[in-house]
Design a binder for this molecule. Structure first.
Ligand code: CA
Length: 231
């Protein structure tokens, strides 16, 4: 799941990004409003959630939120702010924010609010996908492989989970390395398609270790695809 974080305070931004990554979100971090708007224009279909700080250089979080809604974009937005007056909270919600968190806050609360937004979002209500014997749960961030009468937990790293999540959310599609790179690695990160191939090998090895060796196929010179037998 990809999230856009817009926060101009470096220490807070770093801490939030770290916490989100522990929860296996892919995080794009913009440090001012104009940069955030560029991220949104370039790839807003890719985001599942957004966190906007209210006070930002070049464009306020509130305006960012208004612009999104003017473009009929329903991306769930959590607004962060030090402003705790009733009028401010009302202004934030009126601008189209879905929730509002007052600084300073505990990271646990931020994460819980994001989970709540996820549950409320119509696009994100499917909390798990099952394809054949593989069950992936978005909320718990777990993957189980069912074999005979047993259900085996497959422990994946963040990136492996994101890869599997991507394939399971795009069954029937041929997925190229470039596509995976654009969707699952942070914008501006300097990794190449060999990194994608390496992560794919690791994921497949973990699946194979549990007896699930044919879930993802390689289509030579095209890309990868979920085995149609599972779809
Ligand atoms: Ca700020």
């Amino acid at each position: 799941m990809r999230i856009l974080l817009v926060e101009d305070e470096p220490d807070l931004g770093t801490a939030i990004k770290w916490a989100l990554k522990q929860e296996k979100y892919i995080v794009d971090w913009a440090q001012d409003g104009a940069e955030a708007w560029e991220f949104l224009q370039a790839q807003w279909m890719q985001y599942s959630l957004a966190i906007f700080d209210w006070m930002l250089p070049s464009m306020m979080g509130l305006e960012l939120c208004q612009r999104l809604r003017q473009h009929q974009n329903q991306l769930p937005v959590l607004m962060l702010t030090a402003r705790d007056r009733l009028q401010d909270r009302i202004a934030g919600l009126d601008a189209g924010a879905d929730d509002y968190l007052v600084k300073p806050f505990e990271m646990e609360e931020l994460l819980a609010r994001l989970r709540a937004l996820q549950r409320r979002s119509p696009d994100l209500q499917t909390q798990q996908i099952q394809l054949g014997p593989v069950l992936l749960n978005y909320t718990q961030r777990t993957v189980y492989y069912q074999q005979a009468a047993q259900s085996v937990l497959i422990l994946l790293t963040n990136k492996e989970f994101q890869l599997l999540e991507y394939f399971m959310s795009h069954p029937r599609q041929i997925v190229t390395k470039d596509q995976l790179l654009a969707q699952l690695w942070e914008s501006g990160s300097e990794v190449g398609s060999n990194v994608v191939a390496a992560q794919m090998r690791l994921l497949r090895r973990k699946l194979a270790d549990q007896g699930c060796s044919d879930l993802i196929e390689t289509l030579p010179s095209m890309g990868y695809r979920l085995n149609p037998d599972y779809v």
